[in-house]
Design a protein around this ligand. Structure first.
Ligand SMILES: Cc1cc2nc3c(=O)[nH]c(=O)nc-3n(C[C@H](O)[C@H](O)[C@H](O)COP(=O)(O)O)c2cc1C
Length: 356
């Protein structure tokens, strides 16, 4: 398969239609979902020439974690619904590719097992852990300790979900709970037997609309690892993130699954990059399907990008091998686009190379 669209078609054939809709869908009219991709298509790339762009080096270093390319795996929930090997397959493929996997707190595999699978492939895998801060801070702290003990290298706190977005495909399919035999393993109550546990002992993720900067400060006080926030769209919030000592931000609208009619991430990225002024890394996700999309995001100020659905499509289409193929497809596509733009390294791309 040569494109992400082909992987999506293959995944769709294999998946239960309700699960396909869960992975593919967005909030309400799916305006933001569609625009994340269409906004990239509206941008034009202006190549530079004669810059000696052989021997390209795609690697980046982000907050102490190195990555073989500036294309990361965004946190997505429920990988075992896509493929029986679930997050274990994704983690092995990420480790093989040498890229960073942001493991969802809503994974259907425990973080300890995900980390062990990644370590089978690479001695020092780049795993970050996505957190929804739970109102029960003691329980949240226990999850933080588990993730730290498993060896994650950063925490990514998702801040765009004070309440859950209204996903009408899921309503139509009556898909609101994991099927029997699946659970959000990172929320299994501490002290319970993981292997023999009963799904009813796994807590539900609570979206908490009461979150504020004090909670982020609380988390920073509980861990020495870098704390990033994910779901920033307003330049003022990016400025506040720097002010509050946040290690990095993800410009994200949650893949169009939370606030519908929020802008495409690539459209707000330049303003946020200006507001941050290089003080902390800026990552962006949403609608990245081609190497040229990666080039546009980097040129407009991102230090790296992350992809959500493409990874799920690779996983559903072919397990670990499918995720590997998606990652290598994106790597080659990006490398070629970088060369065509006259760059040798991700940092060579500049905003003047993108035109509306
Ligand atoms: C099926 C699915 C599940 C997701 N689960 C999470 C999650 O558990 N935590 C989170 O922070 N973001 C989650 N996201 C959002 C992704 O991290 C990311 O922001 C988004 O998928 C990027 O857009 P893309 O799918 O167009 O690449 C999810 C997205 C999808 C599609």
């Amino acid at each position: 398969m040569r494109t992400i669209a082909e992987f999506e078609a293959a995944a769709r054939e294999r998946l239960d239609p309700a699960h396909y809709d869960y992975f593919a869908g967005g909030a309400q009219d799916e305006i933001t979902l569609a625009e994340n991709e269409s906004a990239f298509r509206k941008l034009r790339l202006l190549p530079r020439v004669l810059r000696g762009s052989d021997k390209r080096d795609l690697s980046v270093e982000l907050l102490g974690t190195s990555s073989s390319m500036p294309i990361l795996i965004a946190p997505t929930a429920f990988h075992r619904l896509a493929h029986a090997d679930g997050e274990l397959a994704t983690a092995r493929a990420a480790a093989r590719a040498g890229t960073i996997m942001v493991v969802s707190m809503a994974a259907t595999t425990a973080i300890e097992d995900v980390a062990a699978a990644a370590r089978e492939v690479a001695p020092d895998p780049g795993l970050w852990f996505q957190l929804y801060l739970q109102p029960d801070l003691e329980f949240t702290e226990a999850i933080v300790r588990r993730a730290e003990a498993a060896g994650v290298k950063a925490f990514v706190v998702t801040v765009d979900s004070p309440v859950l977005g209204r996903r009408e495909r899921d309503d139509r399919n009556d898909f609101h709970d994991l099927p029997p035999g699946f659970a959000v393993e990172n929320l299994r109550n501490i002290g319970e037997n993981r292997s023999g546990g009963n799904a009813s002992h796994v807590r539900d993720i609570v979206m908490s609309a009461g979150l504020n900067w004090d909670h982020i400060a609380w988390l920073r006080g509980k861990t020495k690892l870098p704390v990033l926030i994910k779901g920033v769209l307003h330049a003022e919030d990016a400025r506040l993130a720097v002010h509050h000592g946040i290690a990095g931000i993800f410009v994200s609208n949650h893949g169009g699954r939370q606030l519908d009619t929020a802008p495409a991430t690539i459209d707000v990225l330049p303003g946020i990059a200006t507001a941050v002024g290089g003080a902390i890394p800026v990552l962006v996700d949403g609608g990245i399907r081609r190497g040229t999309d990666v080039v546009k995001a980097l040129a407009l100020g991102a230090d790296a990008v992350a992809v959500g659905r493409p990874i799920v499509w690779g996983l559903a289409a072919g397990g670990r091998e499918g995720v590997t193929q998606v990652l290598e497809l994106l790597r080659e596509d990006f490398d070629q686009a970088l060369a065509l733009c006259g760059g040798r390294h991700p940092a060579d791309l500049t905003p003047d190379q993108v035109r509306r």
